[in-house]
Write a protein that binds this ligand. Sequence first.
Ligand code: PEP
Ligand code: MN
Length: 300
Amino acid sequence: MIAARVERMEIAEAVMAAGAAPQACVRSKPKCNLVSRESQDQDTVVRVGDVTIGGPRFAVIAGPCSVESAEQMVATATAVKAAGASLLRGGAFKPRTSPYSFQGMGEEGLKLLAIAREATGLPVVTEVMDSGDIPLVEEYADMIQVGARNVQNFSLLKKLGRVKRPILLKRGLMTTLDELLMSAEYILASGNSQVVLCERGIRTFETATRNTLDLSAICVLKERTHLPIIVDPSHAVGRRRFVAPMARGAMAVGADGVMVEVHCSPETALCDGEQSLTPEEFAAMMAELAVMGRPLHREL
Ligand code: PEP
Ligand code: MN
């Protein structure tokens, strides 16, 4: 496989050297070599601390959209852990549509995530938006998230390929599955094979939900790649009451886990309160997933 890739690159270089038009080099569709099932048939299992994503267990990442305070993080982390979550989420650098919206607590937020990890033992997942912040985020995070808006930030992806942390790569609002796989390929090609893909809803003509959850993406990606795939129903639907049914849908179609926003007081959340579950709603969702997982051989 690697030989085939090198050969293709050599042919492209030879064509360039011969002075041919650049189009001649890009006529054939580029292949995702490293992420493809052809290069590795066996499912990749990504390890985050003691937690695995992509094995028999169904991974549940839970926590607030944004880190807001130490009390909020510790209370949420304690509640989601008690309900069976395996990883804690929380954004310290927030990609907001408006520059006037809360942008996240930055380094202070990362420190609060570390406090919540200390209190509960849950490994933490958090987003990096700017490649200049990678060393800082790497210091605190057990897994680094690339948000939907950065899925094709190729210089960021290449730098994350050189990082010794697993990466959670979210699909963009308008990225095709081919493009998502190519973005993952950037990270693997730069040296980091620990990548988890995340379907988080795409932009369609439908306005009843925040985005449209593309559950068929799970089936397609499972066929095409050995990388684990999880679903973020919160950003997909944008409405609290639709989150649990979509999480069950994710499990039913073979996703390796879900990432769900949870807030102790959603009405006062600084970001995405409308789509955040209360700890009680989260516990109810977990109980449903546990029952559903039994015949599917997916333990939480
Ligand atoms: C998030 O998970 O915090 C987030 C901002 O999601 P997305 O990048 O999918 O919009
Ligand atoms: Mn959010």
